[in-house]
Design a binder for this molecule. Sequence first.
Ligand code: FE2
Length: 301
Amino acid sequence: MYEAGLSANQVAAFRREGMLCLPDFLAPEEVLALVNESKRLLSDFDISSHPMTQFKVDENDHIGDQYFFDSSDKILFFFDTDAFDESGALKYPKEQAINKIGHGLHMKNQVFQKITMDQKVVNVAKSLGYKAARVLQSMCIFKHPVGATNDERENAVPPHTDATFLFTEPQTAVGFWYALEDCTLENGCLWYNPGSQNVFPLTKRFVKVNGGKDGCAMIPLEHNAENVPEDKPKDYVPVECKAGSLILIHNSVLHKSDKNRSHKSRFAYAFHVIDGTSKFDELNWLQVPVSGGCDFTKLYE
Ligand code: FE2
């Protein structure tokens, strides 16, 4: 179905809206393979040697330790922020305590690599005008269901733009976000602010501090701070979709997701594509190799 890439209308819709949902991008057997591999990674993962790193995006905190930086080309595990009790003990089975697995699945896992480097992805990237498409930051993203006692999990993602985290000049990052399970209003589907990528300037960046020795921090981009419109919750629209859908996310579109308030999980797989002809900023948290660089996986030249 997507062998020919995107139509001119689809490309225009993506540029206008900032997000585009492509139903049935993955065949059912591809979805099953990714779900099963995600579950295998969760169950095989050895908790005994883990530094118990959580996935946090907190504006006021310096976050990002060596385990986080090291994940750029590995398969590492990040816990939910509510995974532990005050004593530091896990509150949930480990399979329901992980927020993300990343960020080198496309490099180190054959099942994810095959889907990521698929000809359909090449065709979509070509439709979007990439001259030298590069893949980075692949991850499984989990929104686990409410607990057995109906306790709500802390798995909402606040409004953000991806260029905040993957800064290139010019901005070329596009998120490829695959629904591995049906995404609904109840289990935390994506929401976005249509057209915001053309209206809201980038006002902050998530950067390494002191070469990463002091983690990462959000820094304001003051030259962009004037005439920023108000980001209103009522401007967001949900993207409910079936398992197998691919959602393309513009680097500058505002998007978010709610908590999973249901008893069904919401598994997703995502990676980013950038153009190798753009300048990948050395202050970005993700570097390949980890010591610093942009030796990213070539989708095509
Ligand atoms: Fe995002």
